[in-house]
Write a protein that binds this ligand. Sequence first.
Ligand code: NAD
Length: 371
Amino acid sequence: MAERILALPGDGIGPEVVAEALRALEAAAAWAGLALEVEFELVGGASIEARGTPLADGVLARARDCRAVLLGAVGGPAWDALPVAERPERGLLQLRRELGLFANLRPASVFPALASASTLRPEVTRGIDLLVVRELTGGLYFGEPRGRSTEAGLRSARNTMVYDESEIARIARVAFAAARGRRRQLTHVHKANVLEVSQLWVEVVEEVAKDFADVSLQHQLVDSCAMLLVRDPARFDVLLTGNLFGDILSDEAAMITGSLGMLPSASLGGGGLGLYEPVHGSAPDIAGRDLANPLAAILSAAMLLEHSLAQPAAAQRLRRAVAAALDSGARTADLLPEAAPGEAGASGEAGALGCRAMGDLVLAELAKLPD
Ligand code: NAD
């Protein structure tokens, strides 16, 4: 039986990179003997134009009927003037919330061929291969009470950081399971020296650890973790943390790899459904010109193979094909040293491949890999 995948290309470069990711996904799945049935739906600005809302009702139901969702990106200047509640991004937030996607996984690794793309020295970035597991639906961003008030002319504002033990335990299980498939080292990042919420995290993570005796667990204060990430990032395997710290650390970890066009992500939930998307946005400055780097979307498809289709070997093949394409010297414009993202690369600039050509090359490398 074919596995159903919902593709939500979205706006800007979304459709271009999703097209390449789907070609790569289908090829890697076929190698594993898996047939896919891909359906398409609208999200974000594209949905606003066609249906007057960033996420139409039927889309959620279709997503729930699928094994996984592969998303491009949403947003763009055409919708920037809309009120917050009507903007394209609202569609994405609604999708994450309604599908109960509480675990955000963002791997950050440095492909040897791109070692010079980082702002850190190559000897520091060598061997970086880490995964940030961030709690996505709780904590400071959702806690009540929240809001602003003014009393006797004095303005104040408050947000609440709150987690219950079930929210902590379920994300901890995702992180331990991920560590098990990697180097079996889990670092829990917290601020337990000042926050009661973090003290509960330490307790609950220790309890969950009893079911994962083969994974080594460390607790690391968030401030020292932020320093270690730039001093010695290769020491980390899996980082587990709450929503606020994860938001900040996942961007820091991503940027030490040097390239927005290379970063995939997965959002997983209790129901087994996963949402996979590149970390980058819709890049309106280069949309429709065949300049986008499709590798973040292709690497997101690799995460889909691993987490939603239980095909780690096919996922690994796709990653190896990406590495081989880069090793051959091929670069999209954003990966060329002189290129500022978005400006570079007038199509045809010496050495720069377009989005489709990079997709072609990954497929060719995939076909060349031994079985
Ligand atoms: P962006 O990630 O779209 O672009 C930042 C810069 O990186 C641009 O110069 C762009 O050309 C370049 N870039 C991004 N992805 C690239 C790729 N794959 N290949 C080559 N170059 C790439 O961020 P932004 O400019 O701040 O936002 C643009 C729009 O995207 C906004 O409407 C924003 O709200 C939206 N956005 C959406 C998401 C999402 O859908 N998850 C995430 C971030 C931003």
